[in-house]
Design a protein. Structure first.
Length: 228
């Protein structure tokens, strides 16, 4: 049974999520402060964390950093902070996704299912060796992309690096800063035009309708996501 730690200082939200998650078969822990959340995660490691940023003792970003010091557990931020700076800070600290309050329970449940599917579909090293992007089969180990008619699609090294980063984390929101750091290097912090350019190239090569992508998605102001 998947154990979810829900961290929020609003009792009504804790109660609503506890009920909805338990009805769907999840084992639910709750915490109202960042300190309590870190203690709960250490004593009973969860499979997933749903975390509010506006906690009474610690900022949620501090909690993310505290967790990331010893665990790779998926973290979905649930926060009333809608500004892109807050979202980017949480993602750069190590969050996997971001849902803004007020939120729909169905949307949050869908994000949780996406993360748990990603966990169950990965191999021992944390990455699936083969991914599907529309009519294309991408073999990450062999660095090959083939259409369903057998035709091989060629990618440049930079296109490969960007695609590899996204496909190894299906469903996860990868921040702009993280992509720039991992693909181009730590000195690249603000060249978001690089990301737009290379994402457009990948969509032209892999999406059936590049203007309306179904798999290589942009989250405005935050980053990019691969949806299987």
């Amino acid at each position: 049974m998947t154990r979810i730690l829900v961290v929020d200082d609003e009792p009504q939200i804790l109660r609503a999520l506890r009920i909805n998650l338990r009805v769907r078969g999840y084992d639910v822990q709750v915490a109202e402060t960042g300190t309590a959340a870190l203690k709960a995660a250490a004593s009973h490691p969860p499979d997933l964390v749903v975390l509010d940023l506006g906690l009474p003792d610690l900022d949620g970003v501090e909690v993310i950093r505290g967790l990331r010091g010893w665990t790779a557990v998926p973290i979905i931020v649930l926060s009333g902070r809608a500004g892109s700076e807050d979202k980017v800070a949480a993602l750069d600290a190590g969050a996997d996704d971001y849902v803004t309050k007020p939120f729909g329970v169905d949307e949050l449940l869908a994000r949780i299912r996406a993360v748990t599917r990603r966990l169950s579909a990965t191999t021992g090293d944390g990455a699936s060796a083969v991914a599907q992007v529309g009519r294309h089969t991408v073999n990450l180990a062999e660095h090959t992309v083939r259409r369903d008619d057998g035709v091989e699609v060629k990618l440049t090294p930079t296109q490969w690096a960007m695609l590899d980063k996204l496909l190894r984390h299906p469903g996860k929101l990868i921040s702009q800063r993280q992509l720039l750091h991992d693909v181009w290097g730590p000195e690249y912090q603000h060249e978001t035009n690089y990301l737009r350019q290379y994402m457009a190239q990948l969509r032209r090569k892999l999406e059936d309708d590049p203007a309306r992508p179904r798999h290589l998605l942009t989250e405005p102001g935050m980053g990019y996501r691969y949806r299987p």
